[in-house]
Design a protein around this ligand. Sequence first.
Ligand code: S3P
Length: 186
Amino acid sequence: MVSSPPLTIPRTIVLVGLMGAGKTSVGKRLAARLGLEFRDADHEIEAAAGLTVSEIFEKFGEEEFRKGERRVIARLLDEPVHVLATGGGAFMDAETRATIRQNGLSLWLKADLDTLVERTSRRNTRPLLRGGNPREILEKLISVRYPIYGQADLVVESSPASLDTTVDKVLSALSGQLAAETHMAG
Ligand code: S3P
């Protein structure tokens, strides 16, 4: 673990990236290291709907899910500064992306295909991966989504080996970004 001076986080840190990139597991550890609350947009959507993400997709379709996701993320970004993990499609939505750009500090957790396949194989809760071969689906999503995720304020490679290594990399990326912002403001 890297020891560093405490960081003052001015805006909610919004983790974006594909399913299996580690947004939730890294986000929880990051929040603990920063002394901030952790929120998970998918959980908030489930709580608001009283349904799981899979049930929302089944009953109402992806478009309705995206509408709920837009509302929930806008609401969360009005709350006090915290660490927010978003579902993999959230940053793909132009409106959600604009809300995040305006009110948050976005960080793309970038992972390679093998890591994503391995991590997503542990749970069967992702409707988008049920329609075919998960590796092929994830490969397609990488080609469509990575150029958009690349618009995030920061990018950190999600280490397949250790969550703590990834959290350390996130903390150092954040401290670099915040130092640059302070410098520009001053
Ligand atoms: C989705 C990712 C999921 C969830 C939904 C759609 C996506 O979240 O929001 O199944 O479009 O990539 P995770 O990235 O947390 O798995």
